[in-house]
Design a protein around this ligand. Structure first.
Ligand SMILES: Cc1ncc(C[n+]2csc(CCOP(=O)(O)OP(=O)(O)O)c2C)c(N)n1
Length: 653
């Protein structure tokens, strides 16, 4: 029964409920989030933590005139339920269903598309300034977690906000957690603010007491005031934010609707930049998630009764097939046991990147530096300069933040830093903010950088060793998935940099694949054989340097080339092959490229999305067949076929 939720189509309907009804609405919403996420998967713990906060914001402010800007946006489920998406909520994160993140084309109440941390304050401030220019009423409200507050970008926004004294509200949603426990000096500071409440009370009571003591009291009070100066940080709550020009309010219990609503209504009457410090509990209201918020931060489907997470059965029975993330963590531990210089760095993604064991086994060589990818890369540069071997484990999509640091601080100085790029390619239900579809293009052109991608988990293990041994910068890109069940050898080998491998000889067409597209290409080749097309398959292994001799040799032998990549086509792997052919005067060989065309890929299961963009086995089969048959029909009719246009018509040969 969702009696109260049923009455809410717009935020204005929230205001019609009395306090008791609002409390019941909270319960209904928690139930709805739990039942939906248990079936669809999603960000559970963060959403359960902000139910009261979201309702209070909707109640106290005037949406959409006032604008809510959700940082990361993974905690926006209650907001979605209150803004006309109750009836479509069951499609959350499903293909063609509603997104797990705010989306402007889903609702006018979603004011900023997000998915990456730390953007809310800058976006809100931009909106506040635009409102001032246009003379609009209303104020933007950024809701940012204590984890996301560790992002430098958040402080860049605060720095400007306090300076220009704009009407802006920043809600700091402090649950002491990022995905894992929050880290760093800021986190300790926020912690002190919470306990600072007690210090305040103690100070007031002590002052009152001292004043009542006739002669000693006055001097003791003076002494106490002096001590207070030196303890200012403890005694003036939010001093850090006050010094940045924000008016600090808090800490407030984020599960007390009455306190939240009253505070927001009061702030609404005031002008200027405010930072409201709200304390919430991640996973609130669901025992298993309260107990283990990291595990329930982002979950696959789970059993609502027991909380048991339903992992997809591991193929392979007694020898289950590991994920690439697991292989990475295990192999890195193995290498670190022998190499005391090896250091692992993560930007708040310890479990996501498979480094949990590493953190336990080598605590002194493990660094979680917060949601600060740029810092992670330059920190690694510093480590490398002083003789260490840093491995920065990072999701492909989040390394985008640190392009400049990769290029300037690591590659320009040719430093031996390894970038282990997890979640390369299509990631699935998290959608366009999280797909790692641009890394080939944003890394390939950087001098000194080696870029490789494994075809399976076994090759991956050897690549990790190869990357760690290489004396310069290396990027190693791998997908969000299980391996293929490749046979495992006990010995880790070093691969020759820039060497591809021929997996199948053939005479009609050459299919050149890399990373996750190699096995689908092999399967497609088997089907092509059934219809009389003999395809050669090369696993490129390296995006940079390419195995030019091998590719050119087989391109000439087959006379047609199909490239396949799980990356945008522009500037990616196929482009690299084209550039090679141009340099080697082979542009007369027709080349067709399969990959992501010039558009963003939405959310949905990986298999569906790969099929949609045409890079799965079927897509490769179709692409190769078309190319192979084009040639055949042309020779049968003895007409001249203009090859797939890789070269301008009158390009000098
Ligand atoms: C730039 C970037 N790096 C990493 C992430 C992955 N990530 C998603 S949510 C999250 C933790 C956010 O913590 P917080 O802001 O405190 O929100 P909470 O989930 O605790 O409510 C992280 C690290 C991201 N979304 N963006």
């Amino acid at each position: 029964m969702t009696k109260y939720l049923e009455q809410i189509d717009h935020p204005i309907d929230v205001k019609k409920l009395d306090r008791e009804e609002l409390e019941k609405l909270c319960e209904e919403i928690r139930g709805k989030i739990l039942s939906t996420v248990s079936q669809n998967g999603g960000h559970l713990a963060s959403n359960l933590g902000v139910v009261e906060l979201t309702i209070a914001l909707h109640y106290a402010f005037d949406l959409p005139r006032d604008k809510l800007i959700w940082d990361v946006g993974h905690q926006s489920y209650t907001h979605k339920l209150l803004t006309g998406r109750r009836d479509s909520f069951h499609t959350l994160r499903q293909y063609e269903g509603i997104s797990g993140f705010p989306k402007r084309d889903e609702s006018s109440y979603d004011t900023f598309d997000s998915g990456h941390s730390g953007t809310s304050i800058s976006a809100a401030l931009g909106m506040a300034e635009a409102k001032r220019h246009r003379g609009d009423e209303g104020r933007p409200i950024a809701i940012i977690g204590d984890g996301s507050m560790t992002a430098g970008l958040a402080f860049e926004g605060l720095n400007q906000a306090g300076h220009i004294d704009q009407d802006l509200i920043v809600i700091l949603n402090d649950n002491e957690m990022s995905i894992s426990h929050n880290v760093g000096a800021l986190s300790s500071y926020l912690n002190r603010l919470m306990t600072g409440q007690f210090v305040n009370r103690f100070r007031d009571e002590m002052n009152k007491f001292l004043e009542t003591i006739p002669s000693i009291g006055k001097s003791a009070l003076r002494f106490a005031k002096k001590a207070e100066e030196s303890l200012k940080c403890l005694l003036i709550p939010g001093l850090l934010f006050e010094e940045l020009g924000m008016k600090y309010i808090g800490p407030i219990d984020g599960h007390r609707l009455d306190h939240l609503i009253e505070t927001f209504q009061n702030i609404n009457k005031l002008r200027g930049p405010f930072l409201v410090h709200v304390i919430t509990k991640k996973g609130k209201g669901y025992g298993p998630a309260e107990k283990n918020p990291s595990l329930y931060h982002s979950v696959p489907t789970f059993d609502l009764e027991t909380g048991e997470i339903k992992r997809r059965p591991h193929p392979g029975g007694a020898n289950p097939v590991p994920t690439y993330t697991e292989v990475f963590g295990e192999t890195l531990c193995k290498l670190a046991a022998k190499n005391r210089k090896l250091i692992a760095v993560t930007a708040a993604m310890q479990s996501g990147t498979g480094l949990e064991d590493f953190a336990i086994r080598f605590p002194d060589r493990f660094y979680d530096i917060g949601i600060a990818e740029q810092h992670a890369v330059t920190f690694a540069a510093g480590l490398a300069l002083e003789g260490m071997k840093p491995v920065v484990a990072i999701y492909s999509t989040f390394l985008q933040r640190a392009y400049d640091q990769v290029q300037q601080d690591v590659c320009l100085q040719n430093l031996p830093v390894v970038f282990a790029l997890d979640r390369g390619g299509i990631v699935g239900e998290d959608g366009p903010t999280h797909h790692g579809l641009f890394d080939y293009s944003y890394l390939r052109h950087i001098p000194n950088l080696i870029v490789m991608a494994p075809k399976d988990e076994e090759e991956f293990r050897h690549m990790i060793k190869t990357a760690v041994e290489h004396p310069g910068p290396v990027a190693l890109r791998y997908p969000r998935s299980k391996g293929v069940g490749a046979k495992r050898s006990d010995i880790l080998k070093s691969l020759e940099i820039g060497r591809g491998e021929v997996l199948r000889e053939g005479k009609d067409i050459l299919i050149v694949a890399i990373g996750s597209t190699v096995y689908p290409a092999l399967r497609a080749a088997q089907r092509l054989e059934e219809i009389g097309i003999d395809a050669a398959i090369i696993n490129s292994r390296f995006l940079k340097p390419l195995d030019g001799d091998l590719l050119c040799h087989w391109a000439k032998r087959t006379g047609k080339v199909l490239t396949v990549e799980e990356n945008v086509l522009m500037g990616g792997f196929g482009s690299a092959v084209l550039e090679l052919f141009q340099e080697k005067n082979l542009l007369s060989i027709p080349v067709k490229r399969l990959g992501i065309s010039d558009s963003f890929v939405e959310h949905g299961p990986q298999t569906v999305l790969r099929e949609q963009v045409g890079i799965d086995e079927n897509g490769i089969f179709r692409g190769a067949r078309e190319m192979a048959e084009e040639g055949r029909s042309s020779s049968a009719h003895s007409t001249q076929v203009i090859p797939f246009m890789v070269d301008p018509p009158n390009h000098p040969k």
